[in-house]
Every structure is written in C-alpha cells, then in structure tokens.
Ligand binder design. Structure first.
Ligand code: ZN
Length: 380
C-alpha cells in the first residue's frame, strides 16, 4: 500500500489512521458526513424518538403479558448496558438479565452489575464461558495478530445472549448499542465480531487444541434462523433518545454505580487491547471514532476532543500491572507476550470469512427493500 500524507478531518477527529477515509474539498471526512444519515433512520434524539420509544415499550409489554419475562437484556456492567438496565426498570419492563462472563470482568464491573440488579430487583443469569476455550481462542487471535482482538469476547457475548433468548422463547433482545457514542467507526479497521467463519478459520490456523464448548453463531443462524424462524428481534432503545454519557453517569451514580476511570474499564482485556495493543501495533486509537461520534452527535466539541487525544492512553504503572495480569491469566511469560506483540500483522480477510455471503445477502435485501419499500434487516 502506498503511504498517504497525514490528514485529519476539519469537523471531527478522524484521520488517515483509517486507510479508507476520504475528504471533501472542505476537508470534511466521509464518517461525520455519513453520520448525518443516521439521524432519522437509526438515531431519533427527538419527539419522534420519544413516540417510537413509547410504542416499543408498549409492544414489548403487550407481547410478554403472560410470560415470565418480556425481553432479554445483555448486561456487561459497562455504562451503556447499565444505563439501559436502569431505564428498562423505569419503563416497567421485565427483562431476563444475562451477563456473559468471559473471564475479564474488573472488580468494579462485578460490583456495578450487583448494584444495578439489586436496585432494579432483577434476576441475574450469568453465563460463565469455559475459560480454557477463551484462553485458547485469545491466544489464537494474538498469534494471528489481527486488529480485532476483542472478537472472542464480543462473539460469545452475543452468542450467549441470543441462545438464551431463543431457548427461553423471548422475542425481544435489548442491548446498549447506540449511534450517539459509537455511530462513527471505520470499517477498514476490522471485520465483524459475529463472523464465526472467520473466528473458526483463525483458530484453525493458530489454535493448539479444539474448542470444547465455546458458543458460536453461524451466518445462517444469525441472519435466518434467529430473526426469521425464531422471530428474535434485537432492539437498541438508546437510539430512541438523546443519549448523553454524562447524564447517564449522573443517573447511575445516584444508585451507587461507579464510573470506570478508563473507557471499557469493565473488561480488563478490552481496556488493555484498546489502549495498548491496538494503538501500539496498528496505530488505531479507538478514542478517535468515539470522540468523533460525540462531536457529530453534539455532545462535545472538536477542541475538547483534540485535548483529550493529547492525554496518554495509559499510565505507565497501570500498564505494567495490567500487562502482568494479562500474561498471568493467559499463562504466558512476558517474553512470549513481547513476541506476540512483534508478530507480523494480518488483516481479517487473510482468513476465510463471511464477507461474500454477506454481500450476496445484502444485494438480495436491497432488491427486496426496493420492490417492497421496506427495510428488512433486523440488526442495526
Ligand atoms: Zn469527520
């Protein structure tokens, strides 16, 4: 690939660390321009959103009237899912709360989950992932040196959630995903966490033992079996309100939840991966798309974002401690970790993946949408 000169967007803080970024004559990038399209299609921070939210709550309540639960809620302990749990309680919904424990919960995350569940009077179902599987898969990913080291955690989170929902015949699955804080993300950085084909190929190439009971979702389960046969419907209610992190933290602290000192402080691995592995090895700073989303949604200014980007990603002592912890937990020596850090990088497309299947399905969906005038995807 030819090196392109450095450029940063004149409106947000995305830059040429995204190899596919493009700029118009005013220096504005494709990401924050595209964000405007989310308004009124995915994100409704207005009266229309309030109406849609009321209708959604009514629908979930009425369909679940004679059932033990009316929805499933995935709770990681992070700010988005914690806030959503608080809101579902206020709305009077009766979720089956599922936490998927992949082995990396911080102490604070465990405390926060306990506080939320207690405050809301919810029953918590924790699915503990087989640690030997997790370790084996995470080592495969580190050996593969692909950019998205969070796939083993993210995939099992949704696999656990969706399996649980369909097993218990609950149709609506709520998650804390939202456009306001994560609407901007460069697709060139990595592939889909739900792509089990890619996950299996990476493990086949770099794993040392087969996975025993790590739950996976296949392409046909994800796009056909769950949404069409089982009629499972994922919902993102935070997109139906003007979601603000500051306000969310304020409300959550009111019930004893405590904010994480660093983004994704709920998972020690995600924190280390996003603040050390990814920027060091790939030059990707995840604060950029996050802050750009906040600029585009009006929650912060470009000046504030640029200031925040000047702050170090890690405190040196904290980094040393976290690195030691991660090596100990993965049962590797520090030199082995250093060796993994120095491995040649791969792009996820160097391994078998579902991109072609996905493109074919999208083409069919778009054709149907054109003919029927309806959007038919269930995932946003
Ligand atoms: Zn931009």
């Amino acid at each position: 690939m030819t090196e392109r000169p450095y450029q940063i967007c004149s409106v947000c803080v995305m830059d040429t660390s995204d190899p596919e970024i493009s700029f118009d004559d005013n220096g504005q990038c494709n990401h924050c321009r595209d964000f405007e399209r989310l308004l009124g299609t995915v994100w409704f921070p207005n009266e229309d959103g309030a109406r849609r939210l009321d209708a959604l709550i009514e629908l979930v309540k009425s369909e679940g009237r004679n059932k033990h639960y009316d929805c499933v809620l995935g709770l990681s302990g992070g700010i988005d899912s914690s806030y959503l749990a608080l809101k579902t309680h206020e709305w009077g919904l009766r979720p089956l709360v599922v936490h998927v424990d992949a082995g990396w919960n911080s102490e604070l995350a465990v405390q926060n989950i306990e506080r939320i569940v207690k405050h809301c009077g919810y029953e918590l179902h924790t699915h503990v992932v087989n640690w030997e599987d997790m370790r084996e898969l995470q080592l495969s990913y580190l050996r593969a040196a692909v950019a998205n080291q969070d796939v083993p955690q993210d995939h099992v989170f949704f696999a656990g959630l969706y399996h649980f929902a369909t097993e218990n015949n609950v149709r609506y699955v709520l998650d804390g995903g939202n456009a306001a804080t994560e609407g901007i993300f460069p697709h060139a950085w990595h592939g889909a966490a739900m792509d089990a084909r890619n996950l299996n190929a990476i493990h086949k190439a770099f794993g040392s033992t087969p996975l025993v009971d790590y739950p996976r979702i296949s392409f046909s389960q994800f796009y056909f079996w769950y949404p069409i046969v089982k009629r499972m419907t994922p919902l993102r209610p935070l997109n139906l309100m003007p979601y603000s992190k500051e306000q969310a933290v304020g409300e959550l602290e009111g019930i004893g939840w405590r904010a994480y000192p660093r983004k994704h402080g709920e998972s020690l691995f995600t924190k280390f991966f996003q603040n050390y592995y990814l920027p060091t090895k790939f030059g990707y700073d995840k604060r950029r798309p996050h802050l750009s989303s906040l600029i585009a949604s009006g929650a912060t200014t470009r000046e504030q974002a640029l200031d925040l980007l000047l702050e170090p990603l890690y405190d040196a002592n904290e980094l040393r401690r976290d690195r030691q912890y991660i090596c100990r937990k993965l049962r590797i020596r520090d030199e082995e970790f250093e060796d993994l850090m120095n491995r040649p990088t791969h792009h996820y497309t160097d391994f078998d993946n579902w991109d072609r299947q996905y493109a074919m399905m999208k083409a069919v969906q778009n054709q149907v949408a054109r003919l029927s005038g309806r959007r038919i995807t269930r995932y946003s």
